[in-house]
Design a protein around this ligand. Structure first.
Ligand code: DOR
Ligand code: ZN
Ligand code: ZN
Length: 424
């Protein structure tokens, strides 16, 4: 028997309502009931002062493989994930080629096999994600996808979106929407507001997002399908999601740490590491996002980890690629919300593990006896600087580079086995 006991940690498990100090037993890949005595041969790890939580799950990462391995690979991306405390990630299909068929899905899963985090592929909603014809959801589902999306761009055509929702729902898959009304956002490179005016950069209004979420929610209501809204950035979108939830629409939504941490002021030095789509918004938007994480309008924190090399980033602001890495800063930035008294540790685990597992319908998100032993051990006190030594991604495009952060994962377990451990 392969037995590990994580001793004397603060066990935080929303699924069982548990938040107390104790030991977590893992036997043969599963969470196990404690025995009267620890048998000889068991591995015993002292977790005094540490949090023991269900393995964190990131609903939204770009692993770039196949096709752009100079930015990230499945191996480097899952290493960054593990180092950030994630035991599983859902990877977006905007690779080259696009993951719009079973062969690509299978290739991704093959590469992910001995990696330090689980990889759940998300298939393209339309062939090539070009918004014209639906992809083959049945064969991709058979190969292992957990959702569909054309992330990177919206499904612009409303009729195609309706059909995508129906088709996804008939296969039990949620549709993850990158909600953007292109006719409002095109040529914009940052949030439309006072800062964009001051900097002389073309803006993207908040309405470019909220208008599309309204359409998506209306179509989810029409079809009864499950809709998940990606990277919510602004207050106007939250109002729409709140309304849709009140109407009983099967809608869930994520935001990313940069939207609750930064505002469009971060763009002021024309730093392309503050450029992503959707863009960083106003302080009022940031405050609304924070409130929505606490009140349940938002269901998850995902990173939208989007690695790019200096080739795409060290160029004029309006020409730079959209996106930032996020796997190794997400947990520390979310822990700041706990320290600010905005959310409880329990709520943090809901946002980063329980709800993500539920949204894409995968195992995990609980420390209940018998569950798969995917576990993250967190040191909430540990301070570190996010720099080259702390970064396992192949890319370094982060607005948090050089930031002093507090709280991080010190180890992760996948199926009861040590998947990653902090070396110091
Ligand atoms: O910032 C972004 N980066 N937004 C997207 O929609 C795509 C993503 C990427 O793939 O780089
Ligand atoms: Zn997106
Ligand atoms: Zn994305």
């Amino acid at each position: 028997m392969n037995l590990t006991v994580l001793k004397n940690g603060r066990i935080i498990d929303p699924a069982t309502g548990r938040d107390d100090c104790g030991d977590l037993w893992m036997a043969d890949g599963l969470i196990a009931a404690a025995m009267a005595e620890i048998p000889a041969g068991a591995e015993v790890i002292d977790c005094q002062g540490k949090w023991i939580v269900p393995g964190l799950i990131d609903l939204h990462v770009h692993l770039r493989e196949p096709g752009q391995e100079y930015k990230e690979t499945i191996a480097s991306g899952t290493l960054a994930a593990a180092a950030g405390g994630f035991t599983a990630v859902a990877c977006m299909p905007n690779t080259r080629p696009v993951n719009d068929n079973a062969a690509v899905t299978r290739a991704i899963l093959e590469k992910a096999q001995n990696c330090p985090a689980r990889v759940w592929p998300v298939g393209a909603a339309s062939v090539g994600s070009d918004g014209k014809n639906l992809a083959e959801y049945a064969e991709m589902k058979e190969a292992g996808i957990v959702a569909v999306t054309d992330d990177g761009r919206p499904v612009a055509d409303s009729q195609l979106m309706r059909r995508a929702l129906e088709y996804a729902d008939s296969h039990g898959l949620p549709l993850m929407s990158h909600a953007e009304e292109i006719s409002l956002s095109q040529n914009g490179c940052m949030h439309e507001g006072l800062v964009s005016t001051r900097l002389g950069l073309r803006g993207i209004p908040a309405a470019a997002e909220s208008v599309m979420i309204y359409r998506d929610a209306a179509l989810a209501e029409l079809t009864g399908a499950r809709l998940h809204i990606c990277h919510v950035s602004c207050e106007a979108s939250l109002a729409v999601i709140h309304l849709a939830k009140a109407r009983g629409v099967k809608i869930t939504a994520e935001t990313a740490p940069h939207y609750f941490t930064l505002t469009d002021e971060a763009v002021a030095g024309y730093d392309t590491n503050a450029k992503m789509n959707p863009p960083l918004r106003s302080e009022a938007d940031r405050q609304a996002i924070r409130a929505a994480l606490a009140d349940g309008t938002l269901d998850a924190i995902a990173t939208d980890h989007a690695p790019h090399s200096i080739l795409e980033k060290e160029v004029e602001f309006n020409l730079a690629a959209n996106g930032i890495i996020g796997l190794e800063t997400a947990l520390p930035l979310a822990l700041a919300l706990v320290r600010d008294g905005l959310i409880s540790p329990m709520r943090l685990v809901e946002l980063m593990s329980v709800n993500p597992a539920r949204i894409i319908g995968v195992a995990g998100g609980t420390l209940a006896v018998g569950a798969v032993a995917d576990v993250t051990v967190i040191d909430p006190e540990s301070r570190f600087v996010f720099d080259a030594a702390a970064n396992h991604s192949k890319s370094a495009n982060s607005p948090f580079w050089g930031w002093q952060l507090q709280g991080r994962a010190i180890s992760t377990y996948m199926g009861g086995r040590l998947a990653w451990e902090l070396q110091e």
